[in-house]
Design a protein. Structure first.
Lengths: 263, 222, 101
């Protein structure tokens, strides 16, 4: 039973003496949250009440104030997770922060991806008459969704921190590299058929008029802010969970040592 | 590296030839899949024949999962990674060897499946060159991704469910492109399969490269 | 047509709101646990379930939870684990890695 340089302080005092400091940047994070919330609420309000119905789509256009921004965030989150993974793999920038960021961004991303699919589907039902069509972007998003889920499952596989981080990072890169291939093949795939895309949701040719354009822009900005805020908190949660795990470990070690000492 | 690859591939294939698990289990599995598709989509050949290419490739994808699991199972049960690691062989070589062996087995399987598809669904096998080319490129890509994810999943209790979840979404483009290439070939317009074959080739090269580079660190873990 | 728009907005903002609130709640709970988890035998790390940390850990079960990182933190700026808890790290008895393996 290795004793080693046991601290002379009693165990409980050791941890109690060091309360966790208020996490850094709480003020800034709060401000971000406020802005994000304000922006999102404003987008919703403008989208629902202030902007006029579209001449082609009628009221359905209102969904297009939220669907493209969320799709953008879905891909942004994925990009951030992949970039963080790459940085983790690069020896010079290998810190636990990047691994944690990747995980946080991925979880937030999967939420947005799911909602992108749902909003796209809801928009599609009255437009195309079906809850799902194999639109290139929707299909790519659907595959992105499943790729995300696989990545998150991979993150949960137990193991040493560094092992997990590296394994997840490689998994993220494998998936990231796949996304452009998926996109191009699906676009080609669709272009061969008479696509029922009355209006590709990403070409916003009808958004010429003032309030609609601004609302859409506001949508993009506020959802991005929301993503940042959510990811920051998810990151914090991850850090706390890591701390918890470590403390649990310390506790078990202390108990084991106490056991040994008691003999 | 290549010598190690040949060593590993040779070993894997020799084990297969002696134990014949792929032959006895993965093969019948693939045939069962074809039959089940037949049951699901109805006896009408007018429905099945046009769908042959897609069903063929889905069967291939599912069989790849089994082949990958088998490939890692033949290393010592749950200590697959340790065994490979301790062998002292170049990890890139191990990757290429394993992927190569899996690809070889899959190609044999695909030959059988092709016959099955012609028989069961009434597909007319035109454009043989494109059919073969897409099989070659597609299989390489599948084997690469499978070997990569396989090493991650090997030795884990969750491997049976984790591997398919990781593998299938990533190889979706292979399914798509290979099916399209086959469709062009079967329809008598093999010339139009060009861009699909490109995708398959790019995919194969990309993931073979990633595998060669990344396999080493994946092997070390755990 | 209007029904779709309302339903869509409800689902979207409702889900995001729920997720955000739940996230804050999880974070608060985790912070409380970490702050209060001294001798209380709380090895319940994994209770919040999903998360980037993977399996909850008790000392016995997990593979060594990177105290190898902790020891490099001693040497200088450990690039991996716990750079924030400089105060904690300096107090940590270093045989942890030895004890683990």
């Amino acid at each position: 039973m290795s004793a080693g340089p046991v601290s002379s302080r009693p165990v409980s005092a050791q941890t109690r003496a060091l309360p966790l400091p208020r996490p850094p940047l709480s003020g800034a994070l709060g401000a971000l949250g406020f802005l994000a919330l304000a922006g999102v609420v404003a987008t919703a309000w403008l989208g629902l009440f202030v902007t006029p119905p579209d001449e082609f789509m009628g009221n359905l256009v209102r969904l297009l104030y939220v669907h493209p921004p969320m799709a953008w965030v879905a891909f942004l989150a994925f990009g951030v997770a992949s970039l963080a993974s790459l940085l983790y793999l690069w020896p010079r920038t290998r810190t636990e922060h990047f691994d944690r960021l990747a995980g946080a961004s991925a979880e937030v991303g999967v939420v947005f991806t799911g909602l992108t699919l749902v909003s796209g589907s809801i928009w599609g039902r009255p437009t195309w008459g079906a809850w799902w069509v194999w639109d290139p972007l929707l299909t790519t998003t659907a595959l992105l969704f499943v790729l995300y889920l696989g990545y998150l499952a991979l993150r949960r596989v137990p193991g040493d921190f560094e092992v997990r981080a590296r394994r997840s990072a490689i998994g993220a890169l494998i998936a990231f590299v796949d996304v452009p291939i998926v996109y191009f093949s699906v676009v080609w795939w669709r272009s061969l058929h008479q696509a029922p895309t009355v209006l590709n949701p990403t070409t916003r040719k009808t958004y010429v008029h003032g309030s609609m354009a601004w609302t859409l822009l506001l949508g993009f900005v506020s959802f991005t802010l929301l993503y940042a805020w959510l990811t920051a908190h998810r990151y914090r949660l991850a850090k706390l969970q890591d701390l918890e795990d470590t403390e649990g470990l310390d506790l078990a070690l202390r108990e084991r040592r106490a056991e040994g000492d008691a003999r | 590296m290549l010598r190690d690859a040949a060593l590993v591939a040779g070993k894997d294939l020799r084990i297969e030839m002696r134990s014949r698990v792929a032959l006895n289990q993965v093969g019948p599995f693939a045939i069962a899949v074809l039959l089940l598709f037949g049951l699901a989509l109805g006896p009408d050949r007018a429905v099945l024949a046009p769908a042959s290419a897609g069903l063929f490739w889905v069967a291939v994808l599912l069989s790849t999962i089994l082949a990958v699991q088998r490939s890692y199972a033949i290393e010592s049960a749950d200590a697959a990674r340790d065994g490979l690691r301790l062998s002292g062989l170049d990890p890139a070589g191990i990757f290429l060897g394993k992927a190569g062996a899996i690809a070889a087995q899959l190609l044999v399987l695909e030959a059988g499946l092709t016959v099955g598809v012609a028989l069961l669904y009434g597909a007319h096998l035109n454009g043989a060159l494109v059919l073969i080319a897409s099989c070659a490129a597609g299989t390489l890509g599948l084997a690469a991704v499978g070997t990569l994810y396989g090493v991650v999943a090997s030795g884990l209790r969750t491997r049976e469910t984790l591997l398919p979840l990781l593998f299938l979404p990533v190889v979706a483009p292979v399914l798509l492109a290979a099916t399209k290439a086959w469709n062009e070939a079967l329809a008598g317009t093999p010339g139009r399969a060009g861009s699909w074959l490109e995708i398959l080739a790019v995919f194969a090269v990309l993931y073979m490269s990633i595998g060669t580079v990344a396999f080493g660190s994946l092997l070390e873990d755990g | 047509m209007n029904g779709y728009v309302e339903a869509g907005y409800l689902v979207i903002f409702g889900s995001l709101g729920t997720y955000g609130v739940a996230l804050l709640g999880r974070e608060r709970a985790a912070r409380r646990r970490v702050l209060g988890s001294t001798g209380a035998g709380s090895t319940s790390a994994g209770s919040t379930g999903a998360g980037s940390t993977g399996a909850g850990s008790t000392g016995a079960g997990t593979a060594s939870f990177t105290d190898s990182g902790g020891s490099t933190a001693q040497a200088g700026d450990g690039p991996t684990t716990k750079p924030q808890h400089a105060p904690l790290a300096t107090e940590e008895p270093e045989p942890a890695p030895g004890a683990m393996s």
